[in-house]
Design a protein around this ligand. Structure first.
Ligand SMILES: NC(=O)c1ccc[n+]([C@@H]2O[C@H](COP(=O)([O-])OP(=O)(O)OC[C@H]3O[C@@H](n4cnc5c(N)ncnc54)[C@H](OP(=O)(O)O)[C@@H]3O)[C@@H](O)[C@H]2O)c1
Length: 320
């Protein structure tokens, strides 16, 4: 199966390495990569994980036409305000009858219902498991393991960078030093203020609500307060009282619609939500038939985000 990637940063490169590692069992081939500044690389015979880039294709449309790929993988940065240009990249792939897999939550947070319907019209698949909690099953858990269950709400600790920052501040570091630590780990958003101000969590909350609660919302409609005003002194004071801070996403179905909130919450260290450390994430679904059930991912790295893309790809390959 031939793959075209738009974006080749932390996630794209980890995905390239994974494809290489699994080549013997899964004959997937990356035939094209298009980036913003590095340029474009195309080879119908398959590109190496560290390809030589040439000049950029004139447009995404031209790039996709030249690759002749069957699947487009969208891994450009999050734009929490509009979801663009990723939404347009996805539509360009649908127009060429390509399946689409993305780790970019912007399109799911802004245009999920339209894109889902457009994919169905084009007769292709649209998969996004790695947009929330990397490769841990979230959407697949609900779709395949909880048939017939209605999701009435969810509670999640979904942003890794904010946890790394709070933990660095507990050690006496500044917020900037904490952000740099997350950047070194390859987990900060391209613009880390999206993590600190809660935009990443708001986009994940909107994406989950759109897919699982039919909310038809956007990140702007999520009531959001990030960790930007936290100081090292305050975090250390809380630590002395056995408390800590987590950026918590909450959703609840109500008679007047779905209520969505992201907030830096002060929690006892013994709280289940506080047990998610470092890059670990936790998501609890509140359901009608299964009570509260959840998914947890311990210390995931960008390799697990790559696995989320790969799991979608294996599922697509099974159905074609
Ligand atoms: N990192 C994680 O742990 C993680 C986890 C889950 C989901 N995600 C999501 O995965 C996506 C990628 O994250 P990342 O960490 O890989 O980002 P990144 O390291 O910043 O890489 C972004 C890539 O996209 C390219 N790009 C930017 N704008 C573009 C455009 N308009 N057209 C074509 N290419 C463009 C960049 O090109 P240049 O290389 O030329 O600059 C770069 O190759 C984001 O949406 C993020 O939210 C990331």
């Amino acid at each position: 199966m031939k793959l075209a990637l738009i974006g080749y940063g932390n996630v794209g490169r980890a995905f390239g390495r994974l494809i290489e590692r699994k080549r013997a069992s899964f004959p997937f081939r990356i035939v094209g990569i298009h980036t913003l500044r590095h340029g474009t690389a195309i080879d119908p015979g398959g590109l190496a994980p560290e390809p030589v880039f040439g000049p950029p294709a004139a447009s995404v449309d031209e790039f996709l036409d030249r690759t002749g790929a069957e699947v487009m993988i969208e891994v450009t940065p999050l734009n929490p305000a509009t979801g663009e240009p990723a939404i347009s990249h996805i539509r360009a792939a649908f127009a060429r009858s390509m399946h689409v897999i993305t780790a970019n939550k912007g399109p799911i947070a802004h245009a999920y219902h339209n894109l889902r319907d457009e994919a169905a019209q084009a007769g292709v698949q649209f998969c996004f498991e790695s947009t929330v909690m990397d490769g841990a099953p979230v959407f697949n858990l609900v779709n395949f393991a909880l048939p017939g269950v209605e999701i009435n709400g969810f509670t999640g600790v979904l942003n890794s960078t904010s946890k790394i920052v709070v933990e660095a501040m507990r050690e006496g570091c500044s917020m900037e030093e904490g952000i740099e630590r997350a950047r070194q780990m390859g987990i900060a958003e391209t613009d880390p203020s999206f993590d600190i101000d809660g935009w990443d969590s708001a986009a994940k909350t909107a994406a989950l609500a759109n897919v699982l609660l039919d909310a038809r919302t956007t990140p702007q409609q999520v009531e959001t307060k990030g960790i930007g005003r936290l100081t090292t002194a305050r975090v250390c004071e809380l630590a002395a009282e056995g408390k800590t801070v987590r950026l918590v996403s909450r959703a609840k179905r109500t008679p007047s619609g779905v209520r969505l909130r992201v907030r830096a919450e002060m929690l006892d260290e013994t709280d289940l939500l506080a047990s998610a450390h470092g890059t670990s994430n936790l998501l609890l679904f509140h359901t009608d038939l299964m009570g509260t059930v959840g998914t947890v991912s311990l210390d995931p790295t960008v390799e697990q985000t790559a696995y989320g893309l790969f799991s979608d790809l294996v599922n697509v390959a099974r159905t074609v």
